[in-house]
Design a binder for this molecule. Structure first.
Ligand code: AMP
Length: 285
């Protein structure tokens, strides 16, 4: 099947309904476009499992606060369509803002708990914007498997929680982070980095890996792990630390000694670019 691109909600419903009626599995990859190898890996995961692969490309205004980079966010639909074709996607849904929000929505989705720490503290309206658009996209695409990157670990937990709480007919699948050879996680926002900033940007992954080594070595005190990670970030003169955290992977909190599945997460600003990343580790029993 050749790649079809549409901006119409009705058309996405028609294609996905028809596929399911014929017994075909639908895979869905939501994105904000400016696709890179991280996005491509999600499309490949869908392609490997599902029969009809749908990719959405929508820079969702609801998840940007005033003063954030909504207008500057990089866009290149033509190149994105080429990436989707290359990865074997069947349908790209790239709606104009008016198709998704003909008027400002009165109904929004907020997910308490997992939305609140870390990114939620730095960007208080962000996850309500994400949960609302993802709920809407799930309603448009219908029953499917939906693929999300672990790159945005907290977002993945927010979407999983929402899908479970609301009994949405969607299986949410987390996929591994794709990185540059020096460890920097691929991100559409990496284009904001100057050459000098780009050279220092891998410090975030280095700090998180250092934290993971401490946890793997038996350190259970989140404060000590966080201080050690912050010290690594401090070695990069162009980096401004937003947060680094050592928390339980599921709840994104740490109420006592770290145990079981642990996630180390961080956000660092380099000039115009705000980078986030995370690493998982199992604490020794
Ligand atoms: P975005 O376009 O940034 O909203 O991302 C769309 C999807 O791609 C989200 O599920 C992200 O977590 C995922 N993603 C972004 N960067 C990466 C990466 N480096 N590796 C794996 N998945 C990624």
């Amino acid at each position: 099947m050749t790649l079809e691109s549409t901006g119409s909600i009705a058309r996405v419903r028609e294609v996905t309904d028809r596929a399911r009626a014929a017994g075909r599995r639908v895979g869905f990859v939501p994105t904000m476009g400016y696709l890179h190898a991280g996005h491509a890996s999600l499309v490949a995961a869908a392609r490997a499992h599902d029969d009809l692969v749908v990719v959405s490309i929508f820079v969702n205004p609801l998840q940007f606060a005033p003063g954030e980079d909504l207008d500057a966010y990089p866009r290149d639909l033509e190149r994105d369509l080429a990436v989707c074709a290359e990865e074997g996607a069947d349908l790209v849904f790239a709606p104009p803002v008016e198709e998704m929000y003909p008027r400002p929505p009165s109904t929004t989705v907020t997910v308490s708990g997992v939305s609140e720490p870390l990114e939620g503290r730095s960007r208080p309206t962000h996850f309500a914007g994400v949960a609302t658009v993802v709920a809407k996209l799930f309603a448009i695409v219908g029953p499917c498997r939906a693929y999300f990157g672990e790159k945005d670990w907290q977002q993945l937990r927010v979407v999983q929680t929402m899908a479970a709480d609301l009994s949405l007919p969607v299986e949410v699948v987390g996929c591994p982070i794709v990185r540059e050879p020096d460890g920097l996680a691929l991100s559409s926002r990496n284009v904001y980095l100057s050459d000098e900033e780009r050279a220092q940007a891998p410090v975030l992954h280095r700090a998180l890996r250092h934290g993971a080594e401490l946890v793997a070595g038996g350190e259970t005190d989140p404060g000590r792990v966080e201080a050690a990670m912050a010290a690594v970030i401090g070695e990069a003169p162009l980096a401004t630390l937003d947060y680094v955290a050592a928390v339980q992977a599921d709840s994104l909190t740490a109420d006592g000694p770290l145990h079981g599945e642990v996630r180390l997460l961080g956000a660092v600003r380099f000039g115009r670019a705000r980078l986030i990343d995370n690493v998982g580790v199992t604490a020794p029993a």
